[in-house]
Design a protein around this ligand. Structure first.
Ligand code: GCV
Length: 672
């Protein structure tokens, strides 16, 4: 607490201490792009001394094109093509050179050096005789986006940030854009340090108030864009497909109507007049009550292409979400399968989307569950740019009250090879980049649970390089955030490293999904969605549980995958245990590949999961005194809630399965 009685903003992963090793070192910066200005200001704030370019500066940042002029004979051929955002690092004799082709590369190279350090000053002044070795860093995905589900005004049910667990919006206050956007500036810097380059600043559920960001509030949006611009980040807006009606009073929003097309074209022109580097539109259409082209008998290619045409002259992009399904399903109807919906809607449209349309696809076919198979839409779309959508905000993974490090899950998704091991991965197939739902708010710790900051950090690092190891990212984040204490860092590593699987172990088992409280999606409610219209059922009865999604006897969803996965998922002999109940309805006594029966697996994992949380609590307690007091206190509170909630999950799930199956725990543990 400070003297005003409030907890000061916790600095996330760039506290002052991180810059210690740069103080009083020399830097030469070549170039005059505004992003180089940002680098100069950063270096100055870090206590570096700017010197004219010469072989002796300890850090030189220069364009590849000028490398020949550098006395240290860096091989420009080894640097190769860096694109607009890549950089190369050459180190030799205590000197470091960052070579860039586009100015954003200089900024990312700067943050690389902040993370990795400048090297030992004692070796400075080494001979300029040997050409230094060169390390290249080029982002794997050129669009690395964050989607904020922020409402300008408080939503009566969802609050200001839909599925936000970290307080109010950092952008809006009292129904308008905040006067003081200094926190957005600090946020932009943090995002740049992990390579994020696009931010959508409002909820995909676009209310009437939010729709006006596109028109009346452009001046305000442009203030937000100005906070992000010095950090190489472009701003996008989520727009409502019905805007021509709701904002302009047109009688229709039909995408083939010329007046509608003109309205969007004019809207885009006005946006670009105000914000030259505006990124584009993000659209949730015909989904969960949002308007869309279906109302006019048009399809989603018609809708997306109309917006794309409006943005194309300005270089803008449409992110069109594939999250389209019937949310008014009758639970009695066993022929409709929500998991099929995105593929059924979008794959037949493949090849019809304009070049500046990106289809944004959630990683799984349902909705950000702790375990889902990877969406078959991504391999299914061969001629359309696809962006993978992840969820950093922990809607179904503990809502930033449970410590759940999500990078291991994201790594599994990114490296999944839908056509078999020798084929492309999901990362390869996500040609439109990666997007993720953001997890920050105006909370002093930014993310509610201070340890949830690791997820934001890991997202940026993986979007840049999906091959990075999840544990290595965790250690990098812990070192930047918590400093030199190796005991503290080791403890944080142990607490978080496997926490996604811990969470999975005490919640919905074997890929069956949901079982959460309807509405807020927190805590167990085994039958919460069973008779609802939302299409997420587990079909448990006295004999068994799970959804038959096979081609042979079920909904046919397994057939949306290419081989080998279609066959792997289709057969009980090959389906991975963790997805068994997503693909098959089986008796409780069905034996998993692990050897345990389904019901015994449920008991074992749920008892074990709670013990694992108990161990996390003890571990954290042991770090008292080693971690900033306010951070320690907040995490202690959250862990207490996690233990309570995990116990609740264990007891409800175990009891449900016991009552349904009548099969006792082999080990005779307490079931209610
Ligand atoms: C923004 C789920 C969430 C909604 C969210 C929606 C989406 O249904 O519960 O809050 O709405 O996904 O991704 O559009």
């Amino acid at each position: 607490m400070d003297e005003t009685g409030t907890t000061p903003e916790h600095p996330m992963w760039l506290p002052e201490a991180v810059f210690r090793g740069l103080r009083d070192r020399t830097i030469a910066v070549v170039g005059d792009d505004p992003l180089l200005g940002t680098v100069r200001r950063e270096a100055d704030a870090a206590g570096m001394t700017e010197v004219p370019p010469s072989a002796e500066a300890e850090l030189t940042i220069m364009p590849v094109a000028d490398l020949a002029t550098h006395a240290r004979r860096i091989d420009a051929a080894a640097v190769g093509d860096l694109g607009t955002e890549g950089y190369a690092i050459a180190r030799e004799g205590g000197r470091t050179v960052i070579a860039y082709a586009g100015a954003a590369g200089a900024l990312y190279g700067w943050f690389h050096v902040v993370r990795a350090g400048l090297g030992d000053a004692d070796t400075a002044g080494g001979a300029a005789s040997d050409a230094p070795t060169v390390e290249r860093h080029v982002p794997r995905h050129s669009l690395r986006m964050l989607d904020h589900w922020d409402n300008v005004s408080e939503h009566p049910v969802m609050g200001q940030v839909e599925r936000g667990y970290a307080g109010g919006s950092i952008f809006y206050e009292d129904g308008r854009v905040r006067e003081d956007l200094s926190r957005v500036e600090r946020y932009a810097r943090l995002l740049a340090s992990i390579g994020v380059n696009r931010v959508a600043i409002n909820n995909v559920n676009v209310g009437r108030r939010e729709a006006r960001l596109l028109t009346d509030d452009l001046g305000e949006v442009s203030r937000i864009a100005a906070c992000f611009r010095p950090w190489g980040i472009r701003v996008h807006l989520a727009v409502s497909f019905a805007s021509p009606i709701t904002l302009a009073g047109l009688p229709t929003a039909d995408p083939v109507d010329e007046a509608v097309q003109q309205w969007w074209a004019d809207a885009a022109t006005r946006v670009y007049a105000a914000i030259e580097d505006f990124g584009g539109f993000l659209v949730k259409a015909d989904s969960e009550g949002q308007p869309g082209p279906f109302a006019y008998g048009r399809d989603h290619a018609d809708g997306a292409n109309m917006l794309a045409a409006a943005l194309a002259p300005h270089g803008g992009i449409v992110h069109w979400r594939a999250f389209v399904y019937n949310h008014r399903q009758d639970w009695r109807d066993r022929s409709t399968d929500r998991a099929r919906a995105a593929y059924d809607h979008f794959v037949p449209l493949d090849g019809r989307f304009a070049d500046n349309v990106i289809l944004q696809v959630k990683y799984g076919p349902l909705d950000f569950q702790v375990r889902e198979p990877v969406s078959p839409v991504i391999p299914g779309l061969r001629e359309t740019a696809v962006a993978l959508e992840l969820q950093i905000t922990q809607e179904y993974t503990g809502q930033q009250r449970h410590a759940v490090y999500l990078a291991p899950q994201w790594r599994e998704i990114l490296e999944f090879a839908p056509f078999g091991d020798s084929g492309p991965t999901i990362s390869d197939l996500s040609r439109g980049g990666i997007a993720a739902v953001a997890n920050v708010g105006d909370d002093p710790f930014w993310t509610g649970h201070p340890l949830a900051q690791a997820n934001l950090y890991a997202y940026g690092r993986l979007a840049w390089d999906p091959s990075l190891d999840a544990d290595a990212i965790l250690d990098e984040w812990a070192a930047l955030t918590f400093g030199d204490d190796t005991t503290a860092r080791g403890g944080i590593h142990r607490l978080l490293s496997d926490s996604w699987r811990t969470y999975e172990s005490y919640t919905a088992p074997l890929g069956v999904g949901f079982m959460v409280n309807p509405g807020d999606h927190y805590g167990p409610s085994v039958e919460g969605y069973e008779y609802s219209p939302w299409g997420t059922y587990h079909f448990a009865d006295r004999d068994g549980i799970g959804v038959d999604r096979t081609v042979a006897t079920g909904t046919g969803y397994a057939g949306q995958y290419p081989e080998p996965w279609r066959s792997v998922y289709e057969s009980l002999d090959s389906v991975p245990d963790e997805l068994l109940l997503f693909f098959h309805h089986v008796p409780y006594s069905h034996r998993l590949r692990s050897g345990a029966t389904v019901v015994q697996h449920v008991y074992d994992t749920h008892f074990d999961g709670v013990e694992r949380v108990r161990a996390q609590v003890a571990l954290w307690d042991s770090l008292d005194g080693r971690i900033d007091t306010a951070v320690h206190r907040r995490v202690t509170e959250r862990l207490a809630e996690q233990l309570r909630s995990a116990t609740d999950w264990r007891d409800q799930i175990n009891t449900y399965f016991f009552r349904a199956s009548g099969i006792a725990d082999e080990r005779g543990r307490r079931i209610y």
